[in-house]
Design a protein around this ligand. Sequence first.
Ligand SMILES: Nc1ncnc2c1ncn2[C@@H]1O[C@H](COP(=O)(O)OP(=O)(O)O)[C@@H](O)[C@H]1O
Ligand SMILES: [Mg+2]
Length: 358
Amino acid sequence: MQPARTDSRRPDPAPVASGYSLIVRDLHVHLRSRHGTVHAVNGISFAVKPGEILGIVGESGSGKSVAMLAVMGFFDREAARLISGSVTVGGTEWRELAAPDPWSSRSPELAIIFQDAVSSLNPVLTVGSQMTDTLMARQPKSGGGMPRPAARRRAAELLDLVRIPDAARCLDLYPHQLSGGMCQRVMIAMAISADPSVLIADEPTTALDVTVQSQILDVLLEIRQRTGMSIVMISHDFGVIARVADRVQVMYAGRIVERGGVDDIFSRPQHPYTRALLACSPRIDRGEQASQIIPGAPPDMRLAFAGCPFAARCAEVMGVCRRDEPALRPVGSGAVLERYAASCWLPRIADAGNGDGR
Ligand SMILES: Nc1ncnc2c1ncn2[C@@H]1O[C@H](COP(=O)(O)OP(=O)(O)O)[C@@H](O)[C@H]1O
Ligand SMILES: [Mg+2]
């Protein structure tokens, strides 16, 4: 799927600096499916600083999960028709992104949690056995796998860290004896047990009710505070992102269309897609419940199209948008990687990007 023409003036600056816990450069992931090749991720670059929470937001199908699964190293050549770019983590740059074995994680520096914690746990083993097995098998950065008694003590400490009351008792329970929120706490405890430098949280609160959702977000904030871990928080919900993220990047059609500090994105969104997504987000503080949706549908990621992928749904569309795809260009000032950036031909964005050399 190659757009006819793209904006070559100022492409998305690939991260070059060190001092980041995770750097992703020009990631492309095209997946095989029964109905053709899905161009799920199309050249995204970003970096996360130590202790930072980067929010990634976008409608369902925008490529958030596929991008993060590729970063983790979960796609092999069978699944991915094309997987390219590089991932730098723990001082190593991985250029061969296809996994040798499916579901073999790239690096102990990376950990991931998913939406469905209940089914991620093994139903026939107690929480304690699952956690101690993990701790005994893994090679934490601080030294090799642990003997069982030490692993059990560590498991209880980890459950304490995620604020599970009566951690010792929880170790002897089976997953079905725990609520969804408790299961997610256990998954977080297991994910951070090898002391990763980056935790990827893919919609970790989507299956939970609002009160529990808020508690889980508090747990993640506290873990960041206590361990200095970076967190990549993925959500379709701007409310979740606003609550925890330091910076936000907005994804659409497998691309980053806007990114910036959380305050900039919420108070001065530039890209029409970000504006539309924010307009559809329920404001919990105003008691709003149901969210509306953005009219139209995202492009079919199996088909080629020219121009901006949002053009067909954009209220401010211009002629150029249907011909040429805009690159992600800096808006305003700041260090390259943290700089406010958006990919849009609208003069308010294109002019700001042109004015400020890198
Ligand atoms: N295993 C897969 N095989 C083929 N296509 C997939 C697979 N997983 C996701 N996709 C497709 O890739 C695109 C991006 O999906 P995904 O990353 O899951 O979106 P998001 O997490 O943003 O909701 C979608 O078009 C989806 O249908
Ligand atoms: Mg997803």
